[in-house]
Ligand binder design. Structure first.
Ligand code: ZN
Ligand code: ZN
Length: 123
């Protein structure tokens, strides 16, 4: 029997199911920071065949050449990131994995001081 993890956006307009998580990570890149409005964005990686939208239609755009990012058009929740046709990254909190899935890798990480300097400039 296949394992199913269900998730979706904050408002409920988009729902999806994942059958198997390959990996998890926290990304510190500038694009993830901008789309999330936060210092980091946490993802799980799944095979494209293991991800299926079950309700609604996510909106999408290319955040960089060859990078497709999907989100809920109604509430703005970031949902997926795709660079290769066979793999898709899904935001960790949207599949309700926050308590059960531990993030292991941190990519595009910058020294913490950079954020503190940036925050001080904003204050
Ligand atoms: Zn929504
Ligand atoms: Zn990123």
């Amino acid at each position: 029997m296949e394992r199913k993890i269900e998730g979706g956006c904050h408002c409920g307009a988009v729902r999806y199911a994942i059958t198997e998580v390959r990996a998890s990570m926290v990304c510190h890149c500038r694009t993830c920071q901008r789309v999330a409005g936060a210092p980091v964005l946490a993802w799980v990686s799944v095979a494209a065949d293991d991800y299926r939208v079950t309700k609604g239609e996510p909106a999408g755009y290319a955040s960089s050449p060859g990078i497709a990012r999907n989100f809920c058009a109604a509430c703005g929740t970031q949902l997926t990131y795709a660079r290769a046709p066979d793999e898709i990254d899904v935001t960790t909190a949207s599949p309700f994995l926050a308590q059960s899935q531990h993030c292991v890798d941190q990519v595009w990480r910058r020294p913490a001081e950079l954020f503190q300097v940036a925050l001080r400039r904003l204050m």
